[in-house]
Design a protein around this ligand. Structure first.
Ligand code: XMP
Length: 242
């Protein structure tokens, strides 16, 4: 088991949770870090990991989100950077250098960019530091089929090719929409039991965490149903069935 997967397992076991909190705060920008920290404080005992996206990283940068990174480190909550890396290797490496130096445990990347001069260096760098790489395999928005559902000349859907890449490139996890149980099952068959499957799209986007888990998903990524709830802790409890 890779270091990142081991840290996810440890955190998930300690807090009895399979929820990855997408700390995506919208609305007025100025107090987003304060509001995000307040949400984190309310739910930190019941989440397996925290995922940060453009909502906080763009306006505040890695220095500005320092209080959130520190809070996660203090609680040993793994941190995932969701920038969906999709560039040439030198640019990708620049990004992961900053992210890993800031303490992120894993990055999400797009397999579309390919291995050679694309993601190879990211995998090498991540694994040499005990960090993880998670690949996007099938997204959950309405247009996902226009990209991830395209078929190659032999009729094979791109997401299956991406699942094979995840296995061949020794990814630590994949992202597959919670709304596509059949795709989760198919991907699980391709990637085997060791690979972590993260499923976004539950709650606000209408997917069900129970059916995603039944189809083979390990972790559910949840954002707005928690961050925009009147009481984030209650929303998390409901999600966890407690
Ligand atoms: P919500 O608010 O919809 O947030 O619970 C989901 C988070 O996960 C990120 N993300 C995805 N979301 N399909 C999604 O719906 C995907 O395939 C996907 N991949 C990542 C999203 O950006 C937000 O941070």
């Amino acid at each position: 088991m890779s270091d990142f997967r081991a840290r996810m397992a440890e955190s998930s076991e300690a807090r009895k949770s399979r929820v990855v909190l997408a700390l995506d705060l919208s609305g007025p920008v100025d107090d987003r870090v304060r509001r995000a920290s307040a949400v984190l404080d309310r739910v930190k005992g019941g989440i397996a990991a925290v995922k940060l996206n453009h909502h906080l990283l763009l306006p505040f940068g890695l220095k500005g989100v320092g209080p959130i990174l520190e809070a996660c480190r203090a609680e040993k909550i793994p941190l995932i950077a969701d920038l969906k890396l999709n560039d040439i290797e030198s640019t990708n490496l620049n990004a992961v250098d900053s992210l890993f130096s800031a303490g992120f445990d894993a990055v999400i990347a797009n397999p579309f960019v390919g291995f050679k001069e694309g993601l190879e260096g990211v995998f090498t760098q991540a694994h040499s530091l005990g960090r993880g790489v998670i690949l996007l395999v099938y997204m959950s928005h309405a247009g996902a089929a226009e990209g991830y559902g395209l078929r190659d000349a032999s009729g094979e859907p791109i997401y299956r090719l991406f699942a094979r890449r995840a296995k061949d490139w020794r990814a630590d996890g994949v992202v597959v929409s919670a709304k596509s149980g059949d795709v989760i099952r198919e991907v699980r068959n391709v990637v085997g039991d060791e690979m972590l499957i993260f499923t976004p799209g539950v709650g606000t986007q209408g997917g069900s965490s129970a059916s995603a888990a039944a189809a083979g998903a390990d972790y559910q990524i949840v954002g707005r149903s928690i961050t925009e709830a009147g009481d984030p802790a209650e929303a998390l409890k409901t999600l966890l069935g407690r």
